[in-house]
Design a protein around this ligand. Structure first.
Ligand code: PEP
Ligand code: MN
Length: 237
């Protein structure tokens, strides 16, 4: 029984073959929503930025396979260009308080995943969601993706308390990102289980057929072997 929502895919779409081979593997496992980012907000401008609009035909092919595309939008002007190729719009951590983007995405009628900024409070997350709602779109899923702390054993700190709080005090759907929150592929499975135990409705997880070769976030990207264990944990138990 598939009670838990699982969105999976590489950090970014890298090329047609990589994306479509992965899409097949995900589909064969019963996944219905694929991470399909064309633009990556990177700290270093010299790092891989995503393939941009060249990837639109790839998004269409993913859709034609019957998978929904979950794609981050990093600027207001992108919304229109991406619109027909994207099934779920993702607002990333760095744009959680880009209020103009929130207002604009709120005018669309597609589901939205709003990620918590890594230095934002839960109240600020809820107010960001409010911006989207006030533009008309109420189909919002909040995503806990880890917050910054003083420790560096994990890339971020998965805020389990925030998941508990949101599920107990709001009506939002809540998912967790065990990839960006831990930054370590060996921690992803446990973090996914912890998030679901805390009440999360699902996860968004970075998966790549050859995780060591992923062009971005390789260290936190799991291969299909670990992914299958997560599916076993979350769907078959
Ligand atoms: C992502 O999910 O692709 C991403 C960039 O994550 P975040 O915005 O949480 O850093
Ligand atoms: Mn990533």
């Amino acid at each position: 029984m598939k009670l838990v929502r699982i969105i999976a895919g590489s950090c970014a779409i890298e090329n047609e073959t990589q994306a479509l081979v992965l899409a097949e593997k995900l589909k064969a496992r019963g996944i219905t929503e694929m991470r399909a980012a064309l633009f990556k907000p990177r700290t270093n401008p010299n790092d891989f930025q995503g393939i941009g609009y060249d990837g639109l035909p790839i998004l269409r092919e993913i859709q034609n396979m019957g998978l929904k595309t979950v794609t981050e939008v990093v600027g207001v002007r992108q919304i229109e260009k991406l619109y027909d190729y994207v099934d779920v719009f993702q607002i990333g951590a760095r744009n959680m308080q880009n209020f103009e983007l929130l207002k604009e995405i709120g005018t669309t009628n597609k589901p939205i995943i709003l990620k918590r900024g890594f230095a934002n409070t839960v109240y600020e997350l809820l107010m960001a969601a409010e911006y989207i709602k006030q533009s008309g779109n109420k189909d919002i899923t909040l995503c806990e993706r880890g917050i910054r702390s003083f420790d560096d054993v994990t890339r971020n700190v998965l805020d389990i308390g925030a998941i508990i709080y949101l599920k107990q005090n709001t009506n939002y759907k809540v998912i967790a990102d065990p990839s960006h929150s831990t930054g370590n592929r060996n921690f992803v499975r446990s973090a996914a289980k912890a998030a679901i135990a805390a009440g999360a409705d699902g996860i968004i997880v970075e998966v790549h057929e050859q995780p060591d070769k992923a062009l971005s976030d390789s260290k936190q990207t799991i291969g299909l072997e670990i992914f299958d264990k997560i599916l076993e944990d979350l769907w078959n138990k």
